[in-house]
Write a protein that binds this ligand. Structure first.
Ligand SMILES: [Zn+2]
Length: 357
């Protein structure tokens, strides 16, 4: 009799393990978006140069590896569960942009911030130049669902097949190449979010944030909208605010094109319009104008771009000049403060709303 009981118990145990195992497996592999929809989506890769035209739609041979599962295990499904996880995460890891030691002293300042998108190999050369001048106010936006992806079509679209657009692998990211700079979200797979369901949007943003937290040890608080300002909508903003901890969204349209002052602070953090693109013909002129301006209220010079643009347009010299100019201006003028995008957010989050109430 005992023997039969033992056999029955063993069978029950086996059954339980099998079912639980399968369930766990389903959970981890469930809502991973491989980005198949994303392949047809436009990206902001070819930048809104002087004209802010929507970039051409290119054929892409996107994602090669199914990347997220390597490091993200929890499926972002049940709100209650993720809420708990989030709370824990906040207590365990610091938010991005908190360790800068910059405080506002009540006097107006001129803030300078830089942003580079996509997490591609040209970033290393940019960081070398910035380190040479002691400038660290740059935020890099990465897609953790596209580790190692080679977007050869970007160079080809400019008739420059020699110019690469290759994202860092997870191993490279974890090796400390971005140490001293800030890394934030650019979504998992760089899709056109406006065409995604709320669940897909949450997945794209939340998982990218989770992956960044795991690799870099801090919780990202901002994203750069993938594909530029034609590819997101107000519903995306609401979804992201409701379901993730992302609290600012970096845009591509110049703030003057939105009726804002060229050196104005953002009106809403989720629609944070920059001063200019690095590749704009007048970006150095604008920087010099900013440096020379009287500082009677808080002002912001915000320049954005991608590393590959410097190869395409042969503007490495220009980048060197821009960084040198920033370094010299900051050294000569106490009112000039260099901040990453996340640091600027942390300094102003209490007075600039994330979005319209
Ligand atoms: Zn991008």
């Amino acid at each position: 009799m005992k023997k039969y009981l033992l056999i029955a118990a063993a069978l029950l145990l086996l059954f339980t393990l099998t079912v639980c195992g399968l369930t766990a497996c389903d959970n981890t592999s469930a809502p991973v978006d491989t980005g198949s929809d994303a392949t047809a989506a436009p990206t902001e890769a070819p930048t809104e140069l002087p004209t802010e035209e929507e970039p051409t739609v290119f054929e892409t041979d996107l994602v090669t590896e199914a990347p997220t599962e390597e490091i993200t295990t929890e499926a972002p499904t049940e709100e209650a569960t993720t809420e708990e996880i989030t709370t824990e995460a906040v207590t365990e890891t610091p938010e991005a942009g908190m360790d800068h030691g910059i405080v506002r002293d009540g006097t107006p300042k001129k803030y300078i911030t830089i942003r580079m998108d996509d997490g591609i190999t040209q970033d290393a050369r940019m960081m070398e130049i910035m380190k040479k001048y002691g400038v660290d106010c740059c935020t890099f936006y990465i897609n953790t669902g596209l580790f190692g992806a080679n977007w050869a079509w970007v160079g080809q679209s400019f008739n420059r097949p020699d110019v690469t657009h290759i994202r860092y692998t997870r191993k490279e990211l974890a090796s400390g190449i971005y140490n001293g700079f800030d890394v934030e979200c650019h979504t998992l797979t760089h899709p056109s979010l406006k065409n995604y369901t709320e669940k897909q949007v949450t997945n794209e943003v939340k998982r990218d944030a989770q992956n960044i937290e795991k690799i870099f040890g801090y919780e990202p608080i901002g994203l750069a909208w993938p594909g530029g300002d034609t590819e997101w909508n107000e519903q995306n903003i609401k979804t992201i605010l409701e379901t993730t901890n992302i609290r600012y969204g970096s845009c591509t349209t110049r703030n003057t094109a939105k009726g804002l002052g060229k050196f104005s602070l953002p009106q809403y953090f989720m629609t944070w319009y920059p001063t200019c693109s690095f590749s704009d013909a007048d970006s150095l002129t604008l920087l010099n104008e900013f440096i020379a301006a009287d500082c009677t209220e808080d002002m912001l010079f915000y320049v954005w771009g991608h590393g590959y643009e410097l190869d395409i347009f042969n503007t490495w010299e220009k980048f060197d000049t821009m960084i040198k100019t920033i370094a010299e201006a900051a050294a000569a003028d106490d009112s000039i403060v260099l901040v990453t995008n996340a640091e600027f957010y942390q300094l102003f989050k209490d007075e600039i709303p994330a979005w319209k109430e």
